[in-house]
Structure formats: C-alpha cells, structure tokens
Write a protein that binds this ligand. Structure first.
Ligand SMILES: [Zn+2]
Length: 162
C-alpha cells in the first residue's frame, strides 16, 4: 500500500520498498522521520521533498537522531579535549548538526534551494564556541550575519544578504 502512495509521487520503487521495510517500524530509513505507517500523508509529503531536494543538492541532511548524537560528540570534544585542533573538529561537528537541522527545516518549508552551503553556513555561526575555537572557524569560513538568533537556523528572512 505504501508503494502505491509513493508511486503517486513518481518515486523509485526500491526507495519505497526500503522505506517501508525499515528495521525500526516507525522511523523511515530514508528520511528519518517518525511516522504512523503507510497512510501517514505528512510523512509521505516530507519524504518526497527530502528525496527531490537531495537529488538536486547532491546532499541529504542527517536525520534527527544521528545529528543529535553528532552534536553531543562535538560538544564533548570541545569541552574535554586539550588540543585546539580537536576542539575545532568538535565545533565543526556541532556546526554540521546545526546545518543539517537548518536544511531539514528548509526542505520541510520549501526554501531549501535558497539555503546556504555548509561553508557559508559555518561562516554565519554565532559565538557559542570558546573564543580561540571560533577564531579558527572564522579564519576558515569568514564571518557574516544570516542565522536566526535563537537556534542557529537559516531562514530567507533572517539573512540580510538575500
Ligand atoms: Zn521517509
């Protein structure tokens, strides 16, 4: 039944089969969304947008659970590592998690084609990191406005350059 619905979106059969045969019954293996089964239209609509944007961007944001784990690992590195390089690596994991979350929201709200690249996004990140870590990130990616103050999301309305 799920396949019929997915076919309606013109999606690849194998993608549909894998989505519906995911090992975790209520988490889509492809887009990572928790769903209520084959007839969950909210999931099917998001799933379609996730695939369509990913094909165009050549990139799929990491779903919620993975990116939360990544953010926690990154924060541990920042707080517990003695070496600046390791702290910077940790900070970039945190930025990646914020980037994926922001892109995920952009896909859901259909402005993903305007969303900045990872490099641009990293140049917009705020001052939540230790000063010497932030200095390295800003040397590498620059420093400009663009993210919402609360939560590091990019939105077209928050970016003065668009
Ligand atoms: Zn899905």
């Amino acid at each position: 039944m799920g396949l019929v619905a997915l076919d309606g979106f013109g999606l690849d059969h194998e993608m549909g089969i894998r989505a519906m045969d995911s090992g975790q019954p209520n988490t889509c293996e492809i887009c990572g969304m928790l769903h209520a089964g084959d007839a969950d239209h909210k999931h099917l609509a998001y799933h379609h947008k996730f695939l369509a944007s990913g094909l165009r961007l050549g990139y799929y944001p990491e779903p919620y659970e993975g990116r939360e784990e990544r953010r926690k690992r990154g924060n541990r590195l920042i707080n517990e590592s003695a070496a600046l390089n390791d702290q910077v690596f940790g900070a970039l994991q945190v930025v990646r998690a914020f980037f994926d979350r922001s892109l995920d929201a952009a896909i859901d709200n259909e402005y993903w084609s305007e969303h900045p690249s990872f490099e641009e996004f990293a140049g917009m990140i705020g001052d939540d990191f230790p000063a010497e870590v932030l200095a390295v990130i800003r040397r590498r990616f620059g420093c400009k406005a663009g993210l919402l103050d609360d939560g590091n999301y990019w939105k077209p309305t928050a970016d003065p350059n668009r």
